[in-house]
Ligand binder design. Structure first.
Ligand SMILES: Cc1cc2nc3c(=O)[nH]c(=O)nc-3n(C[C@H](O)[C@H](O)[C@H](O)COP(=O)(O)OP(=O)(O)OC[C@H]3O[C@@H](n4cnc5c(N)ncnc54)[C@H](O)[C@@H]3O)c2cc1C
Length: 413
């Protein structure tokens, strides 16, 4: 099979790149090569089926890795121009998830995928689904893709094959490994937007507990980043959006990363002390297991007391000494866990690491093979949870697709 522009991957960045390539070069034959039976599967699952497609509060602090994602996002049309003006999808700033999150007004990710699929049809973009690319051979005037029944010959190639996260959506890092073998430099890879693993012993008694608070990633006493939100304690990990946004740090601080939670961030030490001293008086006759049940759910309340002082929980609250009260307060204000690993890929939503920025130019064209363009999660940038990853996928897809389409026109297609 022969085509002008082939795109490996029919996810968020691949679909956008296909549209941008065709718009930039309407006469070119554009073909999306997708491993799964249909394109856009991960978009449909995104944001719990609601698709948190962007965020009003985009900043450089929300992107991690060697690629300057924000610079590219800022120079491309924003979500309003692309989704509302161009695709006709009305968007709203939602109240769910992260502050500033943007969603389709329908509250359904299907709206996004339908609109994109209709645009592909209108533009005459071909989809070759159920075809896994297993090899890329650079030729004098283009590339041969090995995969499916027939090899695919193309003049230009856009690689939008994603990373390793959520492999049920077709992303097992296969193309990343292939590129590595072709000489591409990759930054250290680990799951991002994912729970962080801590020792199950430290979580005994906490399973299923959810609590709102502040959680920091700490290494060697230095606070690396602090997030607020609801954390959830599981068998062997801590999850919640606030933890997801710290997961990317595991790649750099593996073996020396701790999580430190303040379970009452809005209360000062003295305010908490006053509250507990009052409890010692007013609830003095009750057992210690009731000390914190006015603030936290029972399991968490008992866990905090049990892990602060060496006493039977049946002892009376009135018998608490001041130093014991301080120990309980320290647990509440600085509950610490050693991070012993990151989550498996199937529990993560993004990939930290990927093809290093030095491998692409400002148009996202490969510096190693002219005529190859890269976009989306395969590149070394991981966004925070809250619409940042999809915004990167759309923007990088627009840039790679547009540059690719124009370059073929320039070549006299
Ligand atoms: C459950 C879940 C929820 C999420 N929710 C949000 C959210 O609400 N907001 C947000 O910003 N981000 C979200 N994300 C992250 C976001 O979806 C991804 O970062 C984004 O979709 C990446 O787009 P991409 O095009 O780079 O890669 P992908 O969407 O991963 O697409 C890559 C495509 O390439 C195909 N492919 C891979 N290898 C081959 C091959 N060898 N041959 C042919 N095809 C191949 C895959 O099948 C896949 O379809 C979520 C992720 C998950 C898993």
């Amino acid at each position: 099979m022969k085509t002008d522009i082939a795109i490996i991957g029919g996810g968020a960045s691949g679909l956008t790149a296909a549209i941008a390539a065709k718009e930039a070069n309407i006469g070119a034959r554009v073909t999306i090569v997708e491993k799964l039976p249909r394109t856009g599967k991960k978009i449909i699952a995104s944001g719990n089926g609601k698709c948190n497609l962007s965020n009003m509060l985009l900043s450089e602090h929300n992107y991690h890795g060697s690629v300057d994602a924000l610079k590219i996002i800022e120079k491309m049309p924003d979500y309003n121009s692309f989704f509302t003006d161009y695709l006709g999808v009305m968007c709203v700033s939602g109240s769910e998830g992260r502050e500033g999150g943007i969603y389709p007004r329908s509250n359904s990710s299907n709206t996004i995928v339908n609109a994109m699929r209709m645009k592909l049809d209108e533009l005459g973009i071909e989809e070759l689904c159920g075809c896994e690319v297993r090899g890329i051979i650079p030729e004098k005037d283009g590339f041969t893709l090995i995969g499916g029944d027939d090899n695919i010959r193309c003049k230009r190639l856009i690689i939008a094959a994603g990373g390793y996260a959520a492999p049920t959506f077709g992303t097992d890092g296969g193309i990343m490994r292939l590129l590595k073998n072709m000489g591409y430099k990759t930054a250290k890879i680990c799951p991002a937007v994912a729970p962080l693993r801590v020792s199950p012993d430290k979580l005994k008694g906490l399973k299923g507990v959810r609590v709102k608070g502040e959680i920091s990633a700490v290494s060697g006493g230095e606070i690396l980043r602090t997030e607020r939100g609801e954390m959830q304690f599981n068998d062997n990990n801590i999850s919640g959006i606030c933890v997801f946004n710290l997961a990317y740090l595991f790649s750099e601080y593996e073996g020396r990363l701790n999580l430190k939670a303040d379970l009452l961030p809005d209360m000062t030490w003295n305010e908490l002390k006053g509250y507990l001293e009052n409890i010692r008086k007013s609830r003095g006759k009750l057992p210690l297991e009731e000390l914190l049940t006015g603030i936290f759910v029972k399991n968490l309340a008992m866990y905090l007391v049990k892990n602060s002082i060496d006493r039977p929980l049946t002892d009376k609250i009135s018998t608490l000494k001041n130093n014991e009260l301080s120990a309980v307060m320290s647990r509440i204000k600085a509950l610490e866990f050693e991070v012993c690993g990151c989550s498996p890929w199937q529990n993560s939503q993004s990939t930290m690491g990927g093809i290093h920025a030095s491998c692409v130019d400002e148009y996202l064209q490969s510096r190693l093979h002219r005529g190859i363009y890269l976009c989306g999660e395969i590149l070394d940038t991981a966004g925070d949870c809250g619409g940042y990853n999809l915004q990167w996928a759309w923007s990088s897809g627009m840039l790679a697709g547009g540059s690719c389409g124009k370059s073929l026109k320039g070549a006299g297609k």
